[in-house]
Design a protein around this ligand. Structure first.
Ligand code: GLN
Length: 204
């Protein structure tokens, strides 16, 4: 069973730990660099990316996080976690930093006021049997992606609005705008656990 950390600076850490355990991983919170060094993969939860950025800097975790991403550790980010994995963000706070790793531009709070929170069925690549129930809470969207990024899900266009990218993968990095940890459907976490298992096997 792979050991998967959940970045526990802020956000919905517990929900991810439960979803990971149900997807057959050993889940544990990560707050310090020594704890980060001990995990095979990491989830960056939903929450508030500006606060997470502050705390990652204050706890001296930003550089260790970047180093492990560069070394190929699998990371899954949901919502604020997606923002943390973006190489570039829009509508961030001026001093906000990200871990980066996915060649994408992510817009914070993109769905706007009237749509601050909503739910929608999402067709997700690889889960063709049944759509994923997407819970969006002040969610970001992916504004654009580089050539090496695979788009896994898009929110269909509604009322003249453009369709929007809401799930992506680049190598060992996975990100969703929405929160599968809140729905009891653990297919996205199970996908991530398989990614971590493959990375562990490739290392051995
Ligand atoms: N709006 C939050 C941010 O910018 C993300 C919201 C969430 O994670 N549910 O970090």
């Amino acid at each position: 069973m792979p050991t998967i950390g959940v970045l526990a600076l802020q956000g919905d850490v517990r929900e991810h730990q439960i979803a990971l355990a149900e997807a057959d991983a050993l889940a544990r919170p990560v707050r310090r660099a020594e704890e980060l060094a001990e995990v095979d993969g990491l989830v960056i939860p939903g929450g508030e990316s500006t606060t997470m950025s502050n705390l990652a800097l204050a706890f001296d975790l930003m550089e260790p996080l970047r180093a492990r991403v560069a070394a190929g550790m699998p990371v899954y980010g949901s919502c604020a976690g997606m923002i943390m994995l973006a190489d570039k963000i829009l509508d961030g706070r001026d001093d906000q930093q990200t871990v980066g790793g996915i060649d994408m531009v992510v817009r914070r709070n993109a769905f706007g006021r009237q749509n601050e929170s909503f739910e929608s069925e999402i067709a997700f690549k690889g889960f063709e049997d049944e759509p994923v129930h997407g819970v969006f809470i002040r969610a970001p969207w992916v504004e654009s992606v580089g050539a090496s990024v695979e788009v896994l899900a898009e929110l269909p266009a509604a009322d003249g609005a453009e369709s929007r990218i809401v799930a992506v993968r680049q190598g060992n990095l996975l990100a969703t705008s929405f929160h599968p940890e809140l729905t009891g459907d653990h297919r996205v976490h199970a996908l991530f656990v398989r990614m971590v298992e493959e990375a562990v096997r490739a290392r051995a």
